[in-house]
Design a binder for this molecule. Structure first.
Ligand code: MTE
Ligand code: MO
Length: 574
């Protein structure tokens, strides 16, 4: 094994966009498109002129409507804000609401930017758990080329550095630390908000308690559109339209963001198959995106109305806890915007200069949750033959060494799997010997970190059988899989797994896929399956398995090739 270890490389501690991810050139996406019918695509940029025309027509219609006596009577009956709420003896917003509002907006900037970055790593959305090219309903990338070995990495796109976080192509490892790490703070802030809301009675401002909210919302909509706006009542109570928008955002969109986010986790999806049958990773990912669309629309409309319906008074409400026309709230707002702008502008350059800090802080924040999910045995996660995906993406760096070429040419007759390290009985196995061991078959779902998924039938040997053969010593805590192939930055691809996951029912070495010997692209002659983890941990083209006390002595010491070179985490159960 010493020879395998010496073929590992350490990885860099700064990101050079030129040499990043094997010097992958930056590639730009296309304007968002939505599919209609079998293969026709609608360019969403058309929504800009269409929306503009619709708005003009709506304004004209609202003006016309207001002139009719029945609509005038309706608006008089439903002025916009429910009477009962307006009679609050203690109107106004407490200062904690302002503080949490600021924290929320500050954190959401990083969540949204890194979320869009994650989308760009597989810039397509689907409604089934398969990720079949041409069956996507949304894409910001050209159609998938015909090349049968086209990889998901080749399909990824770059973003401008101040839009995406960190912008450069295939930077999902870093984007995920931002996204999941900041999520923990955002959730904590949200949890405190919920508790205070219900403990102080402030919830009454956000939860509609009468059906009148709907006619009131309709009335406000007509009033806004007719450009003759309702009286502002925000200090005492929100109008119907605000109430509905805020209620959806706080009580529906935010929880849905969490649920759909967790719906993409391999460990949870595989463990809780009843739920993931409906909320499959792709449905979850599509809904997660629609939640983002809601938040973006909300932000645009909310900020526009704050600015146009009495800016100083509105800013005093949320930033200064007062109801007057002074400049105090504006001053606090302006100071807070300095923090926001500095954070926004610094995030990408900081990430490229200090990626290990992002990796470690992110791990400190979300690692405990990942550890929790990692211990879920995934026994229920099996599918049937009819679930097998018609298309299974390829990914990663194909092996091109003379060593591998010779093995492939010889139909792997000279192939030997070397298993040793902290074991009583190290072995070298050829393919015939591997096939002579107790066979194991499973139909399971693969979750690539980039976002695509696919179901396949894997045939091979369960890792438990291998462990029975070699007998790991008590000091062995991690199992390292070495590949015949290099990673994109040279040095062989490898990954370390905790030993307890090796005895899970669905952890195996596969030599067959869908009833055929494993193809070159999918890892011939042997690959790993550990169904509680994301795809990058499923090492392909395996040449060696080593049982070790800890992975810190190997390569860069972070637990795998992508961890060393692309700042992933070894623990990727979400
Ligand atoms: N040796 C090696 N194994 C690898 C990779 C790689 O680049 N090299 N890529 C990983 C990634 S990111 C994924 S998603 C899966 C893809 O497996 P597939 O090509 O069979 O879909 O293999 C994993 N195993
Ligand atoms: Mo992947």
């Amino acid at each position: 094994m010493q020879s395998f270890r010496s073929q590992l490389t350490t990885g860099e501690d700064v990101v050079d966009p030129v040499t990043w991810a094997g010097s992958v050139p930056q590639a730009h996406g296309i304007a968002p498109r939505v599919r209609y019918g079998r293969s026709r695509w609608f360019n969403l940029l058309w929504l800009l002129p269409i929306g503009f025309v619709v708005l003009i027509v709506a304004v004209a219609a609202a003006k016309g409507l207001r002139a009719t006596p029945s609509v005038a009577r309706f608006i008089e009956r439903y002025p916009g804000t429910a009477e009962a709420a307006g009679s609050d003896p203690n109107p106004g917003l407490p200062l904690w609401v302002g503080a949490q509002h600021f924290l929320n907006l500050f954190l959401m900037i990083f969540i949204i930017r890194s979320g869009v970055q994650i989308l760009s790593d597989h810039p397509r959305l689907y409604w089934t758990r398969h990720s079949t090219p041409g069956k996507d309903w949304f894409r910001i990338q050209k159609p998938v080329p015909a090349d049968p070995l086209w990889t998901a990495k080749q399909d990824s796109i770059s973003l401008p550095g101040q839009v995406g976080l960190p912008g450069i192509r295939h930077s999902i490892g870093l984007a995920r630390w931002w996204h999941l790490g900041i999520d923990t703070m955002w959730l904590l802030n949200g949890l405190v908000f919920y508790v205070l809301l219900f403990a102080t009675g402030q919830w009454r401002r956000l939860v509609p308690t009468s059906w009148d909210v709907f006619p009131n919302a309709g009335s406000v909509l007509i009033q806004y559109l007719s450009l003759n706006w309702p009286t502002e009542t925000g200090w005492a109570a929100y109008n119907g339209l605000q109430l509905i928008a805020y209620f959806i955002t706080v009580f529906l969109a935010a929880p849905l963001a969490v649920i759909t986010g967790l719906g993409m986790s391999p460990a949870l999806s595989t463990r809780f198959k009843r739920i993931s049958k409906v909320l499959s990773i792709q449905t979850a990912r599509s809904l997660h995106f629609l939640v983002l669309v809601w938040f973006l629309l909300f932000i645009v409309i909310h900020v526009t109305l704050v600015f146009t319906t009495g800016l100083l008074r509105n800013l005093n409400h949320i930033y200064a806890g007062r109801n007057d026309g002074s400049w105090v709230g504006f001053g606090v707002f302006a100071a807070s915007m300095v923090v926001v702008i500095v954070g926004w502008v610094a995030a990408t350059p900081f990430t490229l200069r200090h990626p290990r800090v992002v990796q470690q802080v992110g791990f400190a924040l979300i690692g405990p949750a990942q550890r929790l999910f990692e211990h879920l045995d995934s026994t229920p996660g099996e599918y049937t033959d009819k679930d097998i995906s018609p298309y299974f993406w390829h990914n990663g760096q194909y092996p091109d060494s003379p060593e591998y070429q010779a093995l492939l040419q010889g139909n792997f007759a000279d192939y030997r799997l070397r298993i040793n390290g902290l074991v009583d009985n190290p072995v070298d196995l050829d393919l015939a010997q591997l096939r002579a061991l107790a066979p194991h078959e499973q139909i399971t779902q693969h979750f690539c970190i980039q976002g695509w998924s696919g179901i396949a039938k894997w045939g091979g040997v369960s890792m438990q059988t291998i462990m029975d053969l070699v007998t790991p010593q008590p000091e062995a805590k991690w199992v390292v899989f070495y590949s015949l192939g290099d990673g994109p930055d040279k040095g062989i691809y490898y990954d370390a797994h905790p030993i307890e996951q090796m005895s899970y029912h669905l952890t195996m070495l596969a030599y067959d896929m869908n009833g055929q010997p494993l193809s070159f692209g999918h890892g011939a002659p042997l690959r790993l399956r550990n169904e509680t983890q994301l795809g990058f941990k499923q090492v392909k083209w395996i040449k060696g398995v080593e049982f070790v006390a800890h992975y810190s002595q190997l390569g860069g010491g972070y637990g795998g090739y992508n961890q060393d070179h692309e700042f992933f985490g070894y623990r990727q159960s979400i």
